[in-house]
Design a protein around this ligand. Structure first.
Ligand SMILES: Nc1nc2c([nH]c(=O)n2[C@@H]2O[C@H](COP(=O)(O)OP(=O)(O)OP(=O)(O)O)[C@@H](O)[C@H]2O)c(=O)[nH]1
Length: 346
């Protein structure tokens, strides 16, 4: 995987394996004498010269736990640089899924091969911060919270022929499945979008809301920035007012915007602001929504995704069932409009 953000010469590159089976995650415990000692950690270690991050990941996991992950599904989460003051690290982070046989074999292994304590923990407790980890890991936990299937709302214009388009937009999105993660993109004026989103979330508080940064909705989990805004930020950071408290999801379509996304992600880390948790990279395939945009195809999509320092969600002509296929190309998850929600009835 090419490292896109320039690391300082003294940076230690580390392969980090977020090993899981369903909602159980494996943690080691760092001995008191180690850097960031007396904390839990994900299994991992230094990437040797001439070693790819994936190769180092497999080697470290085997050396530290005896688990062979060469053929296990690996999902790229991201890369992040962190300056501990006494040491600067660049963590290359992958989620590694063990199958039922591997889990059964290792779930009671209380000690690693280097004598370290091993513990399987529930994702909920991990995310809630019940296991103290090195400071850099806060971003990894934020990445793990990003839903891997994202529905994109229909724009208001899709209901233009209805007697009351806004009412029709609400009635449609009220029918979304429980706890759906939705990027609420109405493509209408800010005041109308704000009212619609506030009304929907009042009716459906279970929805995990991703809201455009221009919209002043009362609640949201994540703030979304489109590519135009991202590039405007890169050209003149003070010209764009970006939410400092909520995690960010960015939209990208090319190399230049991915570089801008990496720059914003690192700037947020350096300034202790809530992180960039992912990007939507599109279009993979041709779509009815954007018939003029030329699709990237999986090969080009995959090369662009590898450039990103944060989890990448594939978008464009996909179906929710394609998450596994997308993961083979380096995707963290999939997003879409028509295949991801009830059929449109106007
Ligand atoms: N393995 C692992 N290392 C992490 C995590 N988070 C994090 O910041 N690190 C940092 O990444 C570096 C890991 O390198 P390492 O495992 O090869 O080094 P070490 O300090 O444990 O031992 P060593 O230098 O004696 O080999 C450490 O500086 C550690 O603090 C994590 O979740 N897992």
């Amino acid at each position: 995987m090419p490292a896109s953000s320039a690391a300082q010469p003294s940076t230690v590159h580390v392969a980090v394996a977020v090993i899981c089976h369903q909602a159980r995650y494996l943690l080691g415990f760092r001995a008191a004498h180690q850097h960031q000692g007396n904390r839990y950690e994900f299994v991992g270690g230094k990437i040797e010269a001439n070693e790819t991050p994936i190769r180092a990941l497999c080697r470290e996991v085997h050396e530290e736990t005896g688990i062979v992950i060469d053929n296990s599904p690996k999902r790229k989460l991201g890369r992040l640089q962190h300056d501990y003051g006494d040491k600067r690290v660049c963590l290359h982070v992958y989620e590694v899924r063990l199958d039922a046989v591997q889990y059964a074999e290792h779930q009671h292994q209380a000690q690693g091969l280097e004598g370290q304590t091993l513990t399987w923990v529930d994702k909920e407790a991990l995310i809630a911060g019940r296991y103290p980890l090195p400071a850099a890991n806060a971003t990894i936990l934020a990445w793990l919270e990003l839903p891997s299937v994202i529905t994109i709302s229909y724009p208001l214009s899709a209901f233009a022929t209805a007697r009351d388009p806004m009412q029709a937009w609400l009635a449609h999105h009220e029918r979304l499945a429980p706890k759906t993660a939705v990027y609420l993109r109405l493509q209408t004026d800010v005041a109308a979008a704000t009212t619609a989103i506030d009304t929907l979330l009042h009716l459906r508080p279970d929805i995990y809301a991703i809201v455009p940064h221009t919209v002043h909705a009362a609640t949201r989990e994540i703030t979304h920035l489109n590519q135009r805004t991202l590039l405007a930020w890169q050209a003149a950071p003070d010209s764009v007012d970006i939410d400092s408290e909520r995690p960010l999801l960015l939209s990208c379509h090319d190399e230049a915007s991915i570089d801008a996304a990496n720059q914003l992600a690192q700037q947020r880390l350096n300034n202790g602001l809530s992180p960039v948790v992912g990007l939507l990279l599109s279009p993979v395939c041709a779509t009815q929504t954007h018939p003029d945009a030329s699709p990237l195809g999986w090969a080009a999509w995959s090369a662009l995704a590898a450039r990103a320092d944060v989890p990448v969600i594939a978008l464009g002509g996909l179906h929710p069932d394609m998450a596994e296929q997308a993961a083979d190309y380096g995707a963290y998850g999939v997003a879409g409009i028509r295949e991801f929600q009830p059929a449109l009835i106007i």
